[in-house]
Write a protein that binds this ligand. Structure first.
Ligand code: NDP
Length: 249
């Protein structure tokens, strides 16, 4: 379980008991990030929208498509562990299908979660970070979003739109020492990629020089770096974690 701490006076410490909030942190990549940062000694709050929070972590209900839920989640997190110093906007969905079969609802759902959900959670975090003159924001983008991926027009649109969002915000936050960066995973072994057909998986592996899916822990390592004090001069960057699939993005 988490413990209380007022969150002050930790300016020069590397990942020392900061107040961290991770959306969609109850499984997959979000959970791996939560476990890695908790192991570093950070106070980690995991946003979850369904089921139970993961064992041993402080969980807070957070449905990123619902502004009231996001507001309530921040109140709970900040009461428990102080103002959010590190936000990882990880919650995301796919609703894959070819464009001609894609409903307005499938397009809107993905935008609402992957893009507007990020906007809502980042806006809340940025307000405290600007006041504190410190903070780290990391967004989960996607290497396939940059390359283009059949059946994923909605998903790819959101994952690349995040870049413009983050780079614009980098300008708004930079003078206060707050950074915002993106991690762009390739194919990572989670529930999300279990929906891919064998054929699509083979095609993507042909574009992956390491010729295997990544693990959630390998993505967590990159997020942990960008969220750390030693990444203080990196902002607006896209870090591919794709076993080679994201080379050059
Ligand atoms: P999973 O499907 O395993 O987990 C998604 C997480 O997001 C779950 O915790 C889910 O909660 C949560 N979530 C979804 N919608 C909402 C919502 N509206 N409000 C709050 N939480 C929500 O996905 P991954 O772990 O694989 O993906 C995590 C992130 O990484 C996503 O943004 C994804 O796009 C990105 N990514 C993943 C890749 C991969 O290969 N796996 C590749 C590139 C990017 P619940 O349990 O309630 O459903």
């Amino acid at each position: 379980m988490s413990h209380r701490n007022n969150g002050n006076n930790r300016n020069n410490e590397e990942s020392m008991s900061r107040s961290v909030f991770i959306t969609g942190g109850n499984r997959g990549i979000g959970l791996a990030i939560a476990r890695a940062m908790a192991a570093d000694g950070d106070r980690v709050a995991v946003g979850y929208r369904s089921g139970e929070p993961p064992e041993g972590l402080f969980g807070v209900r957070c449905e990123v498509t619902d502004p009231a839920s996001v507001d309530a989640a921040y109140e709970t997190v900040e009461a428990e562990q102080g103002p959010v110093e590190v936000l990882v906007a990880n919650a995301g969905i796919t609703r894959d299908t070819l464009l001609l079969r894609m409903s307005d609802e499938a397009f809107d759902d993905v935008l609402e979660t992957n893009l507007k959900g990020v906007f809502r959670t980042v806006r809340k975090a940025a307000s405290g970070m600007l006041a504190a003159r410190r903070g780290r924001i990391v967004l989960l983008s996607s290497a396939l979003g940059f390359l283009g991926s059949p059946g994923q027009t909605n998903y790819a649109a959101t994952k690349t739109a995040m870049v413009g969002f983050a780079r614009s915000l980098a300008w708004e936050l930079g003078s206060r020492g707050v950074t915002i960066n993106l991690v762009a995973p390739g194919i990572i072994d989670t529930a999300m990629t279990q929906e891919l057909s064998d054929r699509r998986m083979r095609d993507v592996m042909r574009m992956t020089s390491l010729n295997r899916p990544g693990t959630p822990e390998e993505v967590a390592a990159a997020v942990r770096f960008l969220a750390g004090e030693s990444a203080g001069y990196i902002t607006g960057a896209v870090l591919p974690v794709g076993g080679g699939i994201g080379m050059g993005i």
